[in-house]
Design a protein around this ligand. Structure first.
Ligand code: ZN
Ligand code: ZN
Length: 338
């Protein structure tokens, strides 16, 4: 089967590897759509390899044992190789599992772990059913397109009474605009890239502010009657945005960290105690909420057509990664069979 590979700095293509074989509770999935995520950073730095990706939708073509899926099922592939037995997995929080399974040990190969591939292996309980009438393309937004911000908004209880702030409008932040628009919230965002700021306005943002403006915090306060936003999500991972997020949230508000990042200064009294803030880290969504996320997808079809800005055959993964490098895109999809 074909998989995407990086040969060196900004040099990529497709190579052949053996098709993986399902064992135990693993099923073989024929991949139809591969949403691209942060792998372009490996393309930019030249991290060689041919095991990329963690997002996919596809069709079950073989199951090693009778279980929760059958041949022909259309599925969203959930990320990771969690154990399925610990209290976190049983509570739907498999993304936080501390005892991940070793795919190589179980199946004898790591070939099935990549999603930038024609086939992959996944434990049957991590293959979520796609309803009839939802395309593989739109269903694939149940991975990192809509997933991380959906999970954060579920935890924060975002609704139509809220004004929210999203810092960073990469594909994860743009997905946050789609989710918040669905929930009816008023959406303020902070993003410096004009393409992405424009796209956010088309997806339902009420205002997109420039992070480099010296008065960006004042602008947020002006837009919220001097009080601050009710809830906020950082999708940039930038320490400056982390600081802005904390300063922008009203007293007794809530904020979620979604973009991967490093250290930033936080003050116990000023930021936390006196303000009464709730801060959360949010990576994915609870598996029990999958049907709710599919409902967002079913009802946001027009938005998702705008959010998904490009699709490439996997044979052109070089061009797709070059495009992502320019940041002039929303969510980008690959077809591993073309
Ligand atoms: Zn577990
Ligand atoms: Zn992702």
């Amino acid at each position: 089967m074909k998989v995407a590979a990086i040969f060196g700095e900004r040099a990529a293509g497709v190579v052949d590897v053996p098709k993986p074989t399902p064992k135990e509770d693993f099923a073989l999935v024929k991949v139809h759509v591969v949403p691209m995520c942060t792998e372009y950073k490996a393309f930019e730095s030249g991290r060689q390899g041919h095991r990329f990706g963690h997002e996919a939708t596809g069709e079950v073509v073989e199951a090693a044992q009778p279980g929760r899926v059958k041949v022909g099922d259309r599925v969203v592939v959930q990320p990771g190789y969690p154990c399925g037995r610990c209290s976190l997995c049983l509570a739907g929080e498999h993304i936080h599992c501390q005892s991940p399974r070793d795919v190589r040990q179980i199946t004898g190969s790591v070939a099935g772990a990549a999603t930038f591939a024609q086939y992959l292996l996944k434990a049957d309980w991590l293959l979520s059913p796609i309803p009839d009438g939802v395309s593989y393309q739109q269903a694939s937004m149940a991975c990192c397109g809509l997933g991380p911000t959906f999970g954060a908004m579920q935890q924060m209880g975002v609704d139509a009474h809220d004004t929210i702030l999203i810092t960073g409008l990469g594909p994860v932040g743009l997905g946050g605009v789609v989710n918040a628009n669905f929930l009816g919230a008023r959406i303020l965002a902070v993003e410096g890239n004009p393409f992405r700021a424009n796209l956010a306005m088309k997806l339902g943002a009420d205002a997109v502010l420039d992070p480099d403006a010296a008065d960006v915090l004042d602008q947020i306060m002006d837009l919220t009657g001097g009080v601050g936003v009710d809830k906020a999500l950082d999708c940039s991972g930038n320490p400056r945005a982390h600081r802005l997020m904390i300063d922008s949230v009203r007293r007794k508000g809530e904020a979620s960290f979604i973009g991967e990042g490093g250290e930033f200064p936080l003050t116990a009294s000023r930021d936390m105690i006196r303000k009464g803030l709730v801060l959360r880290g949010s990576w994915h969504y609870n598996l029990a909420d999958y049907s709710k996320l599919i409902n967002v997808i079913e009802q946001s079809s027009d938005q998702l057509d705008k959010f998904i800005t490009h699709a490439f055959p996997m044979s052109q993964v070089q061009q797709a990664w070059e495009l992502q490098s320019t940041l002039e895109c929303g969510k980008v999809l690959l077809d591993p069979w073309a």
